[in-house]
Ligand binder design. Structure first.
Ligand code: GGG
Length: 360
């Protein structure tokens, strides 16, 4: 039995975040109970568009103070465009967490599981197994810019990107370290230095510089256009892929789509130095089109919970065992069922979540 009790802020957010969260918690609690990990859950209804409707903002003013003492944030999804514009809900919640808590790594595993119909011909489980490391606090995701001559034919819109040396080098270092720790030791650096002629050549230079400290890692740079094509045509060639905020966001939807469904894809928004709580969430969003039917695939939420337990315990002891037990249960359910509709089955969110939890 571990001595520490981990404090987790549970934020379902919007749409299917509210439907998959109970299944994420069911699995996390089952694994925590089995391996003797103490959890103290604080349920939070803000960081949601429902809260915005009631209060005119996504979160209370003291949100940071409320979360500061937490060990992690377990987050569902954000966005309800029928009532709140997407950029307002995203900048008012998730992006605040990432930036204010300096969660500068967004780690997104991509894996093809047995039993999951793969849209790419001839691929089998094990062929696709890589990580996207997405820079998570700067890059193309900024609110710097503006409009002039608005509403006229002379209208001009400017949107700046920001790449700091500190921010770029730390994500590259993380990616090189991760690649070095893996058997294949391959790193692909996403770039677009032929077209984006200021920031991307500089990003390449930084990658070359950092790479000199990792001679064992075979690193190559690929333009984002051909890199995306290779995700579809040759996904087995990837091991670790590092990318800017926007490129990483796109690649980490495309990767899981190539492995059958984005409903499986988890993510970890990490402050590797552990000064602040890290945040664990499915890659998918709130999916208003299917919300209310309880048909969303809960695996991405459940797998995110496994990543959370692993990170909290530094990938050791009970936390690593809990992670492995959850992933093994996911593997069995994906292979044998029950499965949700995105996987060709008929099960609902709760049935699939209960099936995973029962195997832990
Ligand atoms: N669970 C993730 C989520 O709700 N994502 C909504 C979204 O639009 N995210 C954009 C991003 O991750 O940059």
């Amino acid at each position: 039995m571990e001595n520490k009790t981990y404090r987790i802020a549970v934020i379902p957010g919007d749409g299917i975040g509210k439907e998959v969260m109970p299944e994420g918690l069911r699995a996390v609690q089952a694994a925590a109970d089995k391996f003797g990990i103490g959890l103290e859950l604080t349920h939070i209804d803000w960081a949601s568009c429902d809260y915005w409707q009631a209060h005119g903002k996504m979160m209370p003013d003291d949100w940071k103070a409320q979360l500061q003492g937490m060990d992690a944030i377990f987050f569902g999804a954000v966005g309800w465009p029928a009532t709140v514009p997407d950029h307002v809900s995203l900048w008012g919640s998730l992006l605040k967490f990432r930036r204010e808590f300096d969660q500068y790594i967004n780690l997104r595993p991509v894996r093809l599981f047995e039993g999951v119909p793969c849209p790419l011909a001839g691929r089998k489980a094990g062929d696709i197994d890589f990580f996207v490391v997405r820079e998570n606090t700067e890059g193309e995701y900024t609110n710097l810019g503006g409009r002039i001559f608005e509403g006229t034919e002379r209208e001009i819109v400017i949107q700046e990107s920001v790449f700091s040396r500190h921010g770029t080098e730390r994500v590259l270092k993380f990616a090189f370290e991760l690649a070095q720790s893996r058997p294949r030791k391959k790193l692909t650096v996403a770039t677009k230095s032929n077209g984006i002629a200021v920031s991307m050549p500089w990003w390449d230079e930084r990658a070359d510089e950092i790479g000199r400290s990792y001679p064992e890692v075979a690193a190559d740079k690929q333009h984002i256009d051909i890199l995306s094509a290779r995700f579809v045509l040759q996904p087995d060639r990837f091991d670790v892929v590092v990318a800017s905020n926007l490129f990483g966001d796109i690649l980490s939807d495309l990767g899981p789509a190539c492995t059958g469904t984005i409903g499986l894809a988890p993510s970890a928004n990490l402050d590797p130095e552990r000064r602040f709580p890290s945040l664990f969430e499915p890659v998918h969003g709130s999916a208003p089109d299917i919300y209310g039917q309880n048909i969303a695939n809960p695996v991405a939420m459940i797998w995110s919970g496994a990543l959370m337990l692993d990170f909290l315990t530094h990938g050791q002891g009970a936390g690593r065992q809990a992670h492995d037990a959850i992933v093994a249960a996911i593997e069995t359910v994906l292979r044998e069922g029950p499965r949700t509709r995105d996987l060709g089955g008929q099960a609902d969110t709760t049935e699939m979540g209960k099936a995973v939890a029962a195997l832990i």
